[in-house]
Structure formats: structure tokens, C-alpha cells
Design a protein around this ligand. Structure first.
Ligand code: BTN
Length: 328
């Protein structure tokens, strides 16, 4: 999917959610009404739901604030941070994680965001639903000078940084983390993260942290089959500026990663217990070869999930897909 600069300008103008006539848009872009009509057709064919209202009047169903490199950079600059960032912004990309994986190494933190992902990836090779202009698809690559064996807590720390960001928005106290990294509201998925580790031959470790946060999608009226999802819009009935949110997410992520490196996971135990969705529940954990059932008893200092089975035996699980156990 490729958008020309005229099409992006059109989206910016329509982004206020108001009705705009073809002649008004034509004047703004310096092109004829019929050229506007062609550009709008291209947007509609690309899946952007521009409505034609009455004669030659165009409107987007919702407000749309496009991603903007300068705005993200300004919000980042306003926060008190230490690490230099390099921003890579795309209208369309296959996957922001994939992009950073193939990027030559650098000493700054590379951040990649896109309006749409055509092959957004989730955990266990699942697809991540990434519609245009609605949500955050943001990956960042960090040079972590850290012992690989201690990195198991990284997904948990990432989830805590995301929850801290959401709490700053004062939207709801009911946001929980389902170990290791599903952020849930009302039992529905609000956010997920995908962590990939690149170990270099010189012993350096680079991690890619990909965050998919559902922001402005009308999730209530567009349920996904078999995947209960929700968005900040469903929770608050408000639309959010993703540029501001991305800067907040990256700022908190930096703070949490620095604390993690200095203190390790023990430092976050209290914070984790406050957000632990599974604690005290009967759950099932599926790994590629095994399935465990039992009572979730929190995590240990390595970030492993503690699961007590019916015989009282404790299992310490490093990975797996968790679900609430349905008693038959
Ligand atoms: C999950 O919960 O399964 C993880 C979802 C992670 C999705 C994000 S969106 C940005 C980044 N790019 C991807 O392809 N995936 C992650």
C-alpha cells in the first residue's frame, strides 16, 4: 500500500471528521475536483473508509490524527530522557519488528512506527490485526549490555511500562497484565508486546520490543472472531493522539529498562502483584509439547510463572500461552 503526498494531505484535511466539499479540498491541494475524486477513490480502494456524502462531499467516519515525526520528536524532547532516539515512520510496512531486525546496528535507540502493518506479527506466529491509522504499532531496538540469562523478565518489565503509561492517562484502574505480556481490560486484549533478542558475536545484546496498543479502533462494533479485543476508545469513548502516546510509551519504557538493568526483576515485584491478572485463578498453560493446569501463584525473581498443580507440586514456567481453566 502506497500513499502519495496529496493523498496524505487529503487524509490530514479529512482527519477532523468533518464534511469537506470536493472544491474546498481541490483549492487546498491545488488540483481539480475530478482529481480529488480520483484520489479519494484510491483511498477507498486502499481500505480507508471515506464516505461520500451528498454531492461531492467527503467525510471520514472518525477523527484521524496521522502519525507525525516532528510531533513525536517534540513530545520526546519535552520528556526528561537520556538516550538519543532515531525515528523511522512509515505509512505502510509489513512489520515494524521486522524492519528493525534488518536495520544496520546503531548506537541510538531506533524506533519504528507505522500507520498500518500488512503482516503484523504476534506471539506464537499469530497475526496482529493492524488497521490503518487507528492504533499504535511501534517497535524499538535497544542496545542492552546485560546478561542474557536475566533477560527473561524483560517482557514483564515491558508490560509494566505500558501499564504505567496507561495509568498516567487516568483511564481506568482495571487494567491487568496476563503473564507474560497481554494487557487486558474487562477480559479483553488491549495491548500486546513481542520481544525479539538479537545476540551479536561480540557478546552485545540488542532487543527489539514491539508494542501493539489498540487506541482508536471501534472494537465494540467490530469484534474479531475468537479474539476478544478492546481499545482505549472503547474504555473512554475518546479518541487519542497516537503521537503523544508513542512518546509517553517510549519514555516510560526507557525508564523501566534502566531500572531493570540496575536492580533486576525483584525491584518490580510489588508493582507486578498489583497488575497480576492470573494470581489466585485456576489456569491452563500451553507450551509446544506440554499443557499444565493448576493455580496461578504469581511469579519468581526470574519472571517465571509459578503454577501449583492438584498434587501441590509447583511448576516454574518460562513461556507458554495462558488461559483461564474451564472446569467441565
Ligand atoms: C502479542 O500479543 O501476540 C504480541 C503482539 C505484538 C504486536 C506488535 S505491533 C508492533 C510490532 N510489530 C509486529 O509485527 N508486532 C509487534
Amino acid at each position: 500500500m502506497h500513499f502519495t503526498s496529496s493523498q496524505l494531505t487529503l487524509l490530514q484535511l479529512l482527519g477532523d471528521g468533518e464534511c469537506h466539499s470536493g472544491s474546498e479540498l481541490g483549492i487546498a491541494l491545488g488540483i481539480t475536483r475530478s482529481a480529488i475524486w480520483k484520489q479519494i477513490n484510491h483511498l477507498i480502494e486502499s481500505g480507508i473508509p471515506v464516505k461520500r456524502i451528498r454531492h461531492q462531499c467527503y467525510q471520514l467516519p472518525n477523527q484521524l490524527i496521522l502519525l507525525n515525526k516532528q510531533q513525536i520528536a517534540e513530545h520526546l524532547a519535552a520528556a526528561q530522557r537520556t538516550t538519543p532516539f532515531k525515528l523511522h515512520l512509515f505509512t505502510s510496512i509489513d512489520s515494524t519488528n521486522r524492519y528493525l531486525k534488518d536495520l544496520p546496528l546503531a548506537h541510538s535507540v531506533d524506533i519504528c512506527c507505522a500507520e498500518i502493518q500488512t503482516q503484523g506479527r504476534g506471539r506464537f506466529g499469530r497475526h496482529w490485526h493492524s488497521p490503518f491509522g487507528e492504533n499504535i504499532y511501534c517497535s524499538s531496538r535497544w542496545d542492552l549490555n546485560y546478561d542474557l540469562t536475566k533477560l527473561s523478565g524483560l517482557s514483564l518489565v515491558t508490560s509494566l511500562a505500558i501499564v504505567a503509561t496507561l495509568n498516567e492517562l487516568d483511564i481506568s484502574s482495571n487494567i491487568k497484565i496476563k503473564w507474560p505480556n497481554d494487557i487486558l481490560w474487562a477480559n479483553k486484549k488491549l495491548c500486546g508486546s513481542l520481544i525479539e533478542i538479537l545476540a551479536e558475536s561480540n557478546g552485545n545484546i540488542q532487543v527489539i520490543i514491539g508494542i501493539g496498543l489498540n487506541v482508536n479502533s471501534d472494537t465494540k462494533n467490530h469484534p474479531l472472531p475468537d479474539k476478544p479485543w478492546c481499545s482505549l476508545y472503547e474504555i473512554t469513548q475518546k479518541h487519542f493522539d497516537r503521537n503523544f502516546l508513542i512518546a509517553k510509551l517510549m519514555t516510560n519504557l526507557e525508564t523501566y529498562l534502566i531500572k531493570f538493568i540496575h536492580h533486576d526483576l525483584n525491584y518490580f515485584m510489588d508493582e507486578w502483584s498489583k497488575s497480576d491478572y492470573l494470581f489466585g485463578k485456576n489456569i491452563q498453560v500451553t507450551q509446544s509439547a506440554n499443557t499444565f493446569s493448576g493455580l496461578a501463584c504469581g511469579i519468581n525473581e526470574l519472571g517465571q510463572l509459578i503454577l501449583q498443580d492438584e498434587s501441590g507440586l509447583k511448576h516454574f514456567l518460562s513461556s507458554g500461552d495462558t488461559s483461564l481453566h474451564q472446569k467441565s
